[in-house]
Design a protein around this ligand. Structure first.
Ligand SMILES: [Zn+2]
Ligand SMILES: [Zn+2]
Ligand SMILES: [Zn+2]
Length: 348
C-alpha cells in the first residue's frame, strides 16, 4: 500500500486517536481562487486597542507604558481562583465538579503591528522567558494542577484583537487532552522503557520526509498523524518534561525555530497565517512525570488559500477526523517555502 495513493487510517500514539487519510481525493480538479498577497498594514499603536501600552482595558485599569512583554490577569476570565464548593453529587448521570483556576494574558510586544514571525530572536526569547516564569509561579501553587499556555492568531480562530498576545489558562484539574497525553506517554514508558517522543523524534529524523526545519535544539515537523492540513509539532531534541528545564541556548533556539516556522506559514498563502498554537508539558500536580516530553502543537485551519479553510463537519463530527493531502505532502510544501517573509522580500 502506498500512503500517498490509497485511503488509510493513521494512529496518534500521543492521544490514542485515529485520523482517516484520503490522498486519492487530492487528484480531483480544483478551481482554486488566486488571491492577492495581504499587505494590509496595522498601525504601530492603536488608541482603541486594550492591549497597547498606556491604554485603558475593559475592566477600567490602564496598561503600563511597557516596552517588552506584559502580563496581566484577564479582566473577563473563564476561570476564577475561588469557587464555592458544589453540593455533593451522587448522581452518576448528571456529574459536575467545581473547577478553579487563573486566566492570564501575555502581550508579546508593545508594537500593535508585530507578531512572532516579524519579531527579532531576542524579542521572542523574552516571550519564552515570560512563559517559563509564569509556568513556574502558577505551577508552584497548590491549587494549580496544569498550566496551559497558548496563542490564538487571527480572527478566523476567534481572536478578537490583532495585537500580538497569547493566553495562559491554569486549572486545578488536568484538562482532557494533556490528560490523555499523560496516560499514553506513561503507558509507553512503562511498556518500552523509553520516552515515546524521544523514540518518535529519532524515527522522524532518520526518515526525514516529514521534517520542515531544525536547529541545534529543536525540530519542527508535520506529525505522521496530523489532522489539520498544515498541522505542525515543534519538539526539543533533549528529553525535557517542561519548558523550565531549557538552558539559555535552548530558549534562544526555541525562539528562532518559532520565527522560522512563522515566516514559512505566512509565506504559504501570503497572509498573516491564522492558527491556534500551544505548549503541552508535564502537569504541575506534584507528580514526577518522567514520561513527559514537552512540545508545541500548531493547528492552522487554512486548506488551499488565505480564505479557503478546512471545516470539521459531517463524518468528522460523527466518525473521526479526515484529511486529503497527506502529512508528507504538507511537509514537502512547508519545507520548500522561503524563510524570508513575503512582506520583507518586496521591500528588498
Ligand atoms: Zn495594540
Ligand atoms: Zn523524551
Ligand atoms: Zn501534545
Amino acid at each position: 500500500m502506498s500512503f500517498n495513493d490509497h485511503p488509510h487510517r493513521r494512529f496518534n500514539p500521543l492521544t490514542g486517536e485515529w485520523v482517516l487519510v484520503s490522498p486519492h481525493r487530492t487528484k480531483r480538479p480544483w478551481q482554486g481562487q488566486q488571491e492577492e498577497p495581504d499587505r494590509s498594514a496595522r498601525p504601530r499603536y492603536d488608541k482603541g486597542c486594550y492591549l497597547c501600552p498606556g491604554n485603558e482595558r475593559a475592566g477600567g485599569e490602564h496598561n503600563p507604558e511597557y516596552t517588552g512583554t506584559f502580563v496581566f490577569t484577564n479582566d473577563f476570565a473563564a476561570l476564577l481562583p475561588e469557587v464555592p464548593g458544589l453540593e455533593p453529587q451522587d448522581d452518576d448521570l448528571l456529574r459536575a465538579e467545581p473547577e478553579s483556576g487563573v486566566c492570564r494574558v501575555i502581550c508579546f510586544s508593545p508594537r500593535h503591528d508585530l507578531s512572532i514571525p516579524r519579531m527579532t530572536r531576542e524579542q521572542v526569547t523574552r516571550v519564552v522567558d515570560l512563559w517559563i516564569s509564569e509556568f513556574r509561579d502558577l505551577g508552584a501553587r497548590r491549587d494549580i494542577g496544569y498550566v496551559q499556555i497558548f496563542e490564538n492568531r487571527g480572527s478566523v480562530m476567534g481572536c478578537s484583537n490583532p495585537h500580538p498576545h497569547g493566553q495562559i489558562w491554569a486549572t486545578k484539574s488536568v484538562p482532557m487532552i494533556p490528560g490523555a497525553e499523560t496516560r499514553c506517554q506513561a503507558a509507553h514508558l512503562e511498556e518500552k522503557g523509553e520516552c515515546l517522543l524521544c523514540r518518535y523524534l529519532k524515527r522522524e529524523l532518520s526518515l526525514g520526509e516529514r521534517i520542515i526545519l531544525e536547529n541545534e535544539s529543536f525540530v519542527v515537523l508535520v506529525p505522521f498523524w496530523a489532522v489539520w492540513p498544515y498541522e505542525v509539532m515543534l519538539l526539543p531534541r533533549r528529553h525535557m518534561a517542561s519548558i523550565e528545564e531549557m538552558d539559555e541556548r535552548e530558549r534562544a533556539d526555541l525562539a528562532e525555530a518559532m520565527i522560522r516556522l512563522g515566516i514559512r506559514y505566512d509565506n504559504l498563502f501570503q497572509t498573516s497565517f491564522p492558527y491556534s498554537m500551544g505548549i503541552h508539558q508535564r502537569p504541575t500536580d506534584g507528580g514526577d512525570h518522567p514520561e513527559w516530553h514537552f512540545h508545541f502543537h500548531y493547528y492552522p485551519p487554512l486548506l488551499r488559500s488565505a480564505s479557503v479553510r478546512k471545516f470539521m463537519v459531517g463524518y468528522e463530527m460523527l466518525g473521526m477526523p479526515q484529511r486529503d493531502i497527506t502529512a508528507e505532502q504538507a511537509a514537502a510544501t512547508l519545507r520548500e517555502l522561503s524563510e524570508i517573509h513575503y512582506l520583507d522580500r518586496e521591500q528588498a
